[in-house]
Design a protein around this ligand. Structure first.
Ligand code: ADP
Ligand code: ZN
Ligand code: ZN
Length: 728
């Protein structure tokens, strides 16, 4: 018997399978999908068994497998097929696809040994009559107490073996059982009440359940706070009753402890949580619970889409527009949405994509009836969407208020006096190389691409990262002629300081990368704010998502222009989404909510339409721009990133690749570049990029594969292919 084994060799994953002989002691247990240890040159490597066969063609002497790593296949049949799909759709190596599907703790390279943890329980070992008899005779209070407790509770978890336990064990009245312990635990709320769905929600749930045995994708478009999460939970409840399982994806789980809590409240121990904040041991525990079928629901971030559940009944992707569902920085560059659609076909189950601001791609697909559109237009009970005020900061600057507009100060005072809560958002993500005119807010844009130019300090140039257009740094604003052009730099910390000066009696808490790096810090801030230990929460975009605080009646966006000026064709879409999301945090309880958006671009459609909660108009407007400029969803984009330590060499290869693509792809395909990538120099490595825009190109996949193969063996120049990136 022989086995084909795929192993990881070197830094660049060269997909190769090698044949090994299976020693007789393993022939009974070896299965496809298991990990094995094999000799490779002078090394011992771990690999996955992909095939078991009786003969091989080779005349060479083959080596023997050293040992089996697993007792059961770690890659199921479904995962092996899913691996093929990932390889085909993202052009990655097989081994990287397999590794993406498994938790880090299980990866071949990872040598930490993960010990299972056990809890000890005591149980009665005789029938109740015999126990009662013993209790009546017994003179020792502690023994009696323990037995009486056991008669009621049936089992008790113990931390140590006490003398009375020893005695009772000796008399064979009780026994000890060891059970696998799982380390991660979210506590249920004591005062949890199940919510009764309203008519609109019921309609949506019924529609989905009608199709619960079909591979079908629903786009649930429902305004913030319209009760989408309740819809998900009811559909999940229904599929559980059929004996099936469910996956619920959330953008970044450490940011949404409130959602986790709601799932745990409703489904208790039936939920496994997978997210980056867990330790390796905790992840391993959660993974085993899923593998062994102990839990039926998996709630997690992107990679939870690979959860080894069998018999999936529904897959939910909440906040489907979020770009965290796409893995951008390493292979495989997959989108969890695509994996969800694939698994939906495999399991014949529906997918629910939910959002208050669906991505243009998804909404367009719903328009074409590729997805079925479901809508929730109202918030349940009394709460209405907040009133949004736009403040023109160009006017405020004249009054010398750089940070806080008069209106914002008035409103903060008003809410503080009423003992209500306030959230302030400052979306400062470090795109500081954008120059903004202080008097009119204008940011220089590329005339060919309609995206902001990036200021390069070293060369004193403004550059377009899409097409390569450049010009010398301007001294005068080309809109209003002002010479007051600045790189505005204010972070959340500065904002917090200014707030303390203005509102000395208010309790203020800040939530950003700096204050949440410690494990659990994020959840603690949310808990404290929820308990009204603070009046004002200041934060970056991480506060915009999924939070539900009934006492928050004012949300302030300090500078809506920050996300508008990111050099990406999606910047208007992202701005609209962000403003809608953060506005959705206000007035979720019975109190009326208000939102103040401070901006220099008070006429920009993404801001004006966010004020009116008008997604449909935004969609129309943005679609017309995308159409004119051949951007998604009218065209697909694939990005080819060329990186090299040596600028000249990288540039030379980037040009060669650009030419090759232009010559070999179909006529209607547009190849832009090569240009400097948005992140041009990272760790002394230069990055160039070509952007390929296409509708249908039958040659594309094969051409990209040739390119990929060619550069796998090239040591100095690295080429990464990113199919349908979410940012450029
Ligand atoms: P979304 O996911 O669309 O933002 P949620 O499911 O979080 O909305 O619901 C928003 C708020 O409304 C939550 O506090 C939730 O408990 C409450 N809610 C949802 N559905 C109902 C309902 N049918 N009746 C009363 N309250 C509801
Ligand atoms: Zn200007
Ligand atoms: Zn350009």
């Amino acid at each position: 018997m022989y086995a084909s084994v795929i192993v990881e060799i070197g830094v660049k994953a060269v997909d190769k399978t090698f044949d090994y002989k299976v020693p007789s002691e393993f022939t009974k247990n070896i299965k496809v999908g298991m990990r094995v240890k094999v000799p490779f040159g002078k090394m011992e490597l771990e690999g996955f068994v992909l095939e078991i066969k009786d003969k091989i063609d080779s005349n060479y002497e083959v080596k023997e497998i050293i040992s089996l790593v697993d007792t059961e296949p770690i890659l199921t049949k479904e995962m092996l097929l899913m691996g093929d799909f990932i390889v085909e759709s993202t052009l990655c190596s097989k081994i990287s696809a397999y590794q993406a599907m498994l938790p880090k703790a299980l990866k071949a390279k990872n040598k930490v040994s993960l010990n299972k943890k056990y809890d000890k329980y005591i149980l009665l070992n005789k029938n109740n009559d015999e126990i009662t008899l013993y209790i009546n005779k017994c003179r020792y209070e502690k023994q009696k107490e323990l037995l009486n407790k056991l008669l009621i509770e049936k089992e008790i978890k113990i931390n140590a073996i006490t003398s009375e336990i020893t005695t009772l064990l000796k008399h064979e009245l009780i026994k000890i059982e060891e059970r696998e312990a799982y380390r991660y635990k979210v506590e249920k709320d004591v005062n949890y009440k199940e919510i009764i769905l309203n008519e609109d929600q019921n309609k949506v749930v019924n529609k989905i359940i009608e199709h619960k045995n079909e591979s079908k994708t629903f786009l649930l478009y429902g305004v913030t706070g319209s009760g989408k999460t309740e819809v998900y939970m009811n559909v999940i409840d229904s599929v559980l009753k059929d004996g099936k399982t469910a996956i619920m994806l959330v953008p970044e789980i450490s940011l949404t402890p409130q959602i986790v809590k709601r799932f745990v409240n409703r489904f208790g121990d039936n939920v496994a949580i997978l997210h980056s904040g867990l330790s390796d041991g905790e992840k391993y525990d959660e993974y085993r619970k899923i593998q062994q079928g102990i839990v039926k629901i998996v709630v997690g971030a992107r990679s939870a889409i690979f959860a080894p559940l069998s018999n999936i009944g529904v897959i939910v992707i909440d906040e489907e527009h979020t770009n965290t569902y796409k893995q951008e920085d390493s292979n495989p560059r997959y989108n969890a949405r695509d994996i969800a659609l694939w698994r939906s076909k495999y399991h014949n189950c529906p997918v629910i994509l939910g959002s208050a601001t669906p991505s243009l791609e998804s909404f367009a697909r719903a328009g074409n009836h590729v997805y079925e559109l479901l809508t929730l237009t109202k918030r349940p009970s009394n709460s209405i969407l907040p009133i949004v005020h736009i403040v023109d900061m160009k006017e405020e600057v004249k009054k010398n208020n750089f940070i806080f507009s008069e209106l914002l100060i008035d409103k903060i005072n008003e809410k503080l006096n009423k003992h209500e809560q306030i959230i302030l958002l400052l979306n400062r993500r470090g795109y500081s190389s954008m120059l903004t005119c202080s008097s009119c807010g204008h940011v220089e844009k590329c005339p060919r691409c309609d995206i902001s130019l990036t200021y390069h300090k070293t060369s004193n140039m403004l550059r377009c990262h899409y097409c390569g257009y450049f010009k010398k740094k301007i001294d005068k604003c080309s809109n209003c002629g002002s010479t007051d052009i600045k790189d505005y730099g204010m972070g959340t910390q500065k904002l917090e300081e200014e707030l303390k000066k203005l509102f000395p009696s208010a309790n203020i808490i800040r939530m950003d990368m700096d204050t949440t790096s410690r494990k659990g810090a994020h959840a603690q801030i949310i808990k404290d704010f929820g308990e009204h230990k603070y009046d004002i929460l200041v934060g970056t975009q991480m506060i915009a998502k999924g939070l539900d605080f009934p006492l928050v009646t004012l949300v302030g966006v300090m500078n809506a222009d920050m996300s508008l000026s990111i050099p990406d064709f999606r910047s208007a879409e992202r701005t609209f989404q962000l403003l809608s999301q953060v506005s959705g945090r206000a007035g979720r309880g019975d109190l009326k909510g208000e939102v103040i958006i401070q901006t220099y671009n008070n006429k920009h459609y993404s801001i004006v339409l966010a004020k009116d909660h008008n997604y449909l108009s935004f969609y129309k407007e943005e679609m017309s721009i995308r159409k004119k400029l051949n951007y998604p969803p009218y065209y697909f984009i694939t990005l080819v990133n060329i990186s090299c330590k040596d600028y000249e060499l990288g540039f030379e290869h980037a040009n060669k690749i650009g030419d090759y693509l232009k010559k070999n792809l179909e006529e209607n395909t547009i190849v832009l570049g090569p240009t400097m990538a948005n992140m041009f120099k990272i760790n002394n490595i230069y990055h160039f990029q070509c952007i390929i825009k296409y509708r249908h190109d039958n040659k594309l996949k094969s051409i990209l594969k040739i390119l990929d193969e060619r550069y796998k063996t090239e040591n100095k120049v690295n080429v990464e292919i990113n199919v349908e990136p979410t940012r450029l």
